[in-house]
Design a protein around this ligand. Structure first.
Ligand code: NAD
Length: 290
């Protein structure tokens, strides 16, 4: 079993970004800038935002955090997004999810200018990505691809089973791996909560690559996978004792895997790194650097 070390891969990608940014700044340009809108004080969101801000600093980016109380109205959020869309110094803009129940997240995502949508959630980016056109790719899915690329894990021609169909992880990674991308050309099965259990088992037991994003600790057990599988665990679950675990029973499945991502230190790190790649792309586009 070999570890797909997201921390190591992310550090290497971020070092490359920081080098490029230092060059741009030396040539007289301003630093790239990410704006983050955070509503409320949801503990996991606070921790994700903290990690994004810290990684911006490591990448040589400026970051701006804009906080709103849980009671914020949708029109107030939309007004702030419009202001940031028009702001020349903001290259990338993210609204940390989840949002309070009274706010429609799709309305909010749709209001972000596609050229600043570094999360890759706007329908324009999602559509372009699906069609194989240049786009900001959803950060977690893009991060998984970068991790597979870094460790030269073969994907082309492999049978990949994705479990979970969320718009932010399962759906985009299944499209990206099936597409004719650098890391792609796999045969992909997308499964979800309505997939009959036996069908799910039939699929996971013959899969070369399993990507699980369901949010259930211990969901993937050793009897569900074949010897030599590549297992990408996207889940981030906090146990009652405070421990952070993924969706796989790591201790039970690791020996059966050729490659496996740890939690923490796997996909989570790559999500933040991919967000930095997208921000640099937005900045380079703004300054005609590519
Ligand atoms: P979600 O929570 O929105 O939805 C869960 C998905 O799992 C649904 O599509 C559902 O159909 C599927 N599912 C639930 N039970 C199932 C079952 N028994 N069989 C098959 N499918 C089933 O999904 P999400 O937002 O992608 O989050 C999933 C997990 O990934 C969570 O733990 C979340 O915290 C984590 N996550 C991690 C990162 C990261 O950067 N590592 C990013 C996003 C989400």
């Amino acid at each position: 079993m070999k570890l797909l070390d997201g921390k190591k891969c992310a550090e290497s990608l971020i070092a490359d970004i920081a080098k490029k940014v230092a060059g741009y700044v030396d040539s007289g340009l301003r630093k790239p800038q990410m704006a983050i809108i955070l509503v409320g004080t949801h503990a996991p969101s606070e921790s994700y935002v903290k990690s994004k801000i810290a990684t911006c600093a490591l990448s040589g980016f400026e970051s701006v955090l804009i906080r709103f109380p849980e009671t914020v109205r949708e029109d107030e959020l939309l007004a702030k997004i419009a202001e940031l869309n028009a702001d020349q110094t903001t290259d990338g803009l993210i609204v940390q999810l989840p949002l309070p129940k009274h706010i429609n997240p799709q309305q909010i995502i749709n209001a972000i200018a596609p050229e600043k949508d570094i999360d890759g959630f706007h329908p324009t980016n999602f559509g372009r990505m699906t069609l194989g056109q240049k786009a900001f790719r959803p950060a977690t899915a893009y991060g998984i691809c970068k991790l597979l690329q870094y460790y030269e894990v073969p994907v082309k021609g492999k049978h990949c089973v994705v479990i979970g169909r969320s718009n932010i992880v399962g759906k985009p990674i299944s499209i990206m791996l099936a597409n004719d991308f650098d890391i792609g050309n796999a045969t992909v099965t997308l499964t979800h909560i309505e997939t009959p259990r036996q069908l799910l088992l039939d699929e996971t037991r013959r899969a070369d690559i399993v990507i699980v994003a369901v949010g259930i600790p211990g969901f993937i057990t050793a009897d569900m996978i074949k010897e030599g599988v590549v297992l990408i665990d996207v889940g981030i679950n906090r146990l009652p004792d405070g421990k952070l675990v993924g969706d796989a029973d790591f201790a039970a499945v690791a020996d059966k895997c050729s490659w496996i991502t740890p939690v923490p230190g796997g996909v989570g790190r790559m999500t933040v790194a991919a967000l930095m790649i997208n921000t640099l792309m937005a900045y380079q586009h703004n300054f005609n650097l590519v």
